[in-house]
Write a protein that binds this ligand. Structure first.
Ligand SMILES: O=C(O)C1=C[C@@H](OP(=O)(O)O)[C@@H](O)[C@H](O)C1
Ligand SMILES: C=C(OP(=O)(O)O)C(=O)O
Length: 447
């Protein structure tokens, strides 16, 4: 699945039968990364259940080992991490290769800034194109030093601060990765680290900090938040149960909405309000998704989603919705392609710096299927209706573009092909097999 492995072309065709059954999707990627990192920083042994065993998270596991933590794989989704305590990470003897994962790269920069060690980090061709100064600029104020390629791209080298200073930083972009990097560095600093976000972003770091015993104060301010972390806490190992990833559940949900007669239940999906914007938006389009058995697990809201085929209607999706569904625009665009009328998705500038330029890649994905789509500034506008299909999606090393292209193939008259499905393994190993089980037939296969 790495940049050196062979591309894996796939294609998807409309199923003969509806999608039916009860399913669990892969574990939440954001929570999985954090469980391994907090486990490595805690005193004691952290047991994790339901960890996403996707390539991105396995990179974090490998990095935590290189930084001195003991990370054991006990069985499917079951992992154990023996931590080293805050400040206890050791100098890695080799380069930290974060593969395709922006979350791993940026959060680990925060960890490294707070440890007096030297480390070098790289990633695959996609990650080496993504901006890193958004984390290294604020982290430099701890006293850590960073060196990187022109434009702030990986590979980078870091010399962490011996006595890191606490940060007081206002995020210039809505980014949970930047917020989390600052908080992770703040763990090693004396005094209080303060991060201000004008728009609330996913708060898994704050939740997990508390779960491991740190003191975190969060004050709401308009649509944003002010987060204060008391530095140098003693983090104590704590069990973590990882819910299903709402970002992964969205692909099966949209597939069920689009294939006539479908009815699926997606069990144990994480429904943190700062992540669940896609389900709210689909419901605004008429999806009628029902949350069954809502419950709290490990401080995170979880529920089972009942999704049935529905005719969808195009809507305007406000820019304020973007942080709570930032990774879901490619699959929302697929839903919009099948909807009656026009969908306008607003405020999508952050999509330009994901695994691919997702704004262009999503528009190209729809164009390959003969769907009318245009980009106006930071907005994407899709005119929905019948989807001719028959084209090939260029995925640009982006798992979400690949999965969106395949779901589009289920609803397109002539199906769709994607040039490379290998990167799906970064976040949702077993995606095609699960979709084939739901369809009761091989609707997603090697091209
Ligand atoms: O913190 C996280 O786990 C993530 C934050 C988001 O990125 P940004 O912080 O760049 O918005 C999201 O796109 C990514 O998939 C995971
Ligand atoms: C943007 C994503 O991930 P990351 O930034 O961790 O590469 C994603 O999973 O859609």
């Amino acid at each position: 699945m790495t940049s050196s492995s062979e591309p894996r072309p796939l294609r998807a065709a409309p199923p003969q039968n509806p999608l039916t059954g009860r399913f669990r999707v892969a574990g939440d990627k954001s929570i999985s990364h954090r469980a391994l990192m907090f486990g490595a920083l805690a005193i004691g042994t952290t047991e994790i259940e339901g960890l996403l065993e996707g390539e991105d998270v396995l990179r974090t596991a490998a990095a935590m080992r290189l930084l001195g933590a003991t990370v054991e794989h006990l069985g499917t989704g079951r992992w154990r991490v023996a931590g080293r305590g805050i400040g206890g990470l050791t100098e890695p003897a080799d380069v930290l290769d974060m593969g395709n994962s922006g979350t791993a790269a940026r959060l680990i920069c925060g960890l490294l800034a707070g440890h007096p060690i030297f480390a070098v980090m790289t990633g695959d061709a996609s990650l080496r194109r993504r901006p890193m100064k958004r984390v290294t600029d604020p982290l430099a104020a701890t006293g850590a030093e960073f060196w990187f390629r022109e434009g702030g791209r990986l590979p980078l080298a870091v010399k962490g601060a011996a006595t890191p200073l606490p940060l007081d930083y206002t995020l210039p972009v809505a980014s949970a990765q930047v917020k989390s990097a600052c908080l992770l560095a703040g763990l090693s600093a004396r005094g209080t680290t303060r991060v201000v976000e004008h728009e609330a972003t996913r708060d898994h770091t704050e939740n997990m900090l508390r779960h491991f015993g740190a003191t975190v104060h969060v004050a709401k301010e308009g649509r944003g938040r002010v987060i204060e972390l008391v530095g140098q806490p003693e983090l104590t190992a704590a069990p973590v149960v990882v819910p299903g990833d709402p970002s992964s559940a969205a692909f099966l949900a949209v597939a069920a909405l689009l294939v006539p007669g479908s009815k699926v239940v997606i069990e144990h999906v994480g429904l943190n309000p700062l992540r669940a914007g896609i389900f709210e938006t689909l419901n605004d389009m008429g999806a009628g998704i029902v949350i069954q058995n809502p419950r709290l697990e490990g401080g995170e809201p979880v529920g089972d989603l009942l999704v049935e085929h529905r005719e969808l209607t195009g809507i305007a999706v406000p820019a304020e919705r973007a942080p709570s569904m930032i990774d879901e625009y490619p699959i929302l665009a697929v839903a919009a392609a099948a909807a009656r009328g026009t969908t306008r998705m607003q405020g999508l500038h952050e999509l330009r710096v994901k695994e691919s330029d997702r704004l262009s890649a999503t528009a190209a994905l729809l164009q390959a299927a003969g769907v009318a789509v245009r980009i106006e500034g930071d907005d994407m506008i899709v005119d929905g209706g019948a989807i001719p299909g028959g084209g090939t999606v260029v995925t640009h090393m982006d798992h979400r573009i690949a999965m969106s292209g395949l779901v589009l193939g289920l609803a397109a008259q002539k199906g769709m092909a994607v040039d490379d499905g290998a990167f799906i393994d970064t976040s949702f190993p077993g995606f095609a097999a699960l979709m084939n089980r739901a369809a009761g037939a091989d609707v997603m296969v090697t091209a």
